[in-house]
Design a protein around this ligand. Sequence first.
Ligand code: EPZ
Length: 430
Amino acid sequence: MEQYIMKGGNPLVGEVYISGAKNAALGILAASIMTDEDVVIDNLPDVRDINVLLEAIAEIGASVERIDRHTVKINASGIKEVSVDDEFIRKIRASYYFIGALLGKYKSAEVPLPGGCNIGSRPIDQHLKGFRALGAKVEIVKGSVVAHAIDLVGSHIYLDVVSVGATINIMMAAALAEGQTILENVAKEPHVVDVANFLNSMGANIKGAGTDVIRIRGVSRLHGTEYSVIPDQIEAGTFMCAAAATRGDVMVRNVIPKHLEAISAKLAEIGCEVIEFDDAVRVVGKPRQRSTNIKTLPYPGFPTDMQPQMAVTLALAEGTSMVTESIFENRFKYVDELARMGGNIKVEGNVAVIDGVPGFTGAQVEAPDLRAGAALVIAGLAAEGYTVVDEIGYIQRGYESFEEKLQSLGAMIEKVDSDREARKFQLRVG
Ligand code: EPZ
């Protein structure tokens, strides 16, 4: 099983280029099947979740042509199936976007319920509430969502929970419904706005994405388009925390600074120097960084997907920090792993109380999920000695060329898949 092995202690210094946003690209790829014309999407991140979704799109009959590593041309005129194969669903959660896309275009969809993720139960009741409000009959049959509609008719929908997935999924179905849909209490994440902009580039009529109310006027069809995915705010934030935790100096390039404001503000609060440019942010870590408190919230609040990475940074700050995870109920699984490196964090319900320590020592740890895995790599790069991170498949789901980008910043890290390779790394770096 592949692992990351690293020797910590080097401050990360230099510049790193951020890839396209995974969570925008997943919605955009699903929406691309809503037209029978060519759709070209670039700045796709080359990560496992994207590649699995592309396989699923090909599997139902669309043509998927890789133009280059980050660009794909999709033509969905050949789709024969509105039933998506179970094999793909289990691999990624965002396959639920097929329901909104297929229901919108074909008025019919059959998609296995996505696997529960290990950061919480992650129900999709709000998605189904929206589809039903648009006039679809939605049932759960043998573990699959089966949705059909004679017609989809616009409706006034108020989400009970601010949900990125439900906002995007209902927006897709409503784009081809008759009449106006008003969607309230919606998610405002940059990736929600990106999917709305993508749909509008296909001829949809969506207004208000990024605010609390989205108004959608259904159109009869969508046409082809060419579109570039926004940069990934969470990948960018991950490298910003890596710079802070290793007391480095990193220019994070190809970002939209506004999307990073909550992260920049918190790093500045603990004493980092954070300098914003048009499409870059520079983070300079300081030898003594202060504690602070974090509460994860829907955008523009502090992102839940940055909670583990920030917690690791706070675990190396002076003083006691409180991190409240208000979005998911099980997103502190990295705490036990970090304890093996000397981290001092106590979890009480959805609050982690972090007592900063002067430093970590390397250990063998296991990635429990995507963002916690990235956080453990950050901890290993800041630690004294060697760290091995297992289960790095989670990390590869959401970070393109993770170890290469870190190596370009001076990190001593390698991907290995045997003890022998790990020993060679240790001999080489000494
Ligand atoms: C998206 O997940 C992201 N995934 C997650 O990123 C991210 O953590 C999350 O949004 C929040 O920002 C993708 O975009 C593929 P939600 P999603 O629906 O859409 C509850 C990563 O690391 N809820 O906004 O599944 C839910 O239980 C991943 O890249 C309902 O109760 O998240 C959670 O408590 C991890 N009913 C809260 O809402 C529903 O129908 C937010 O979930 C839907 C959600």
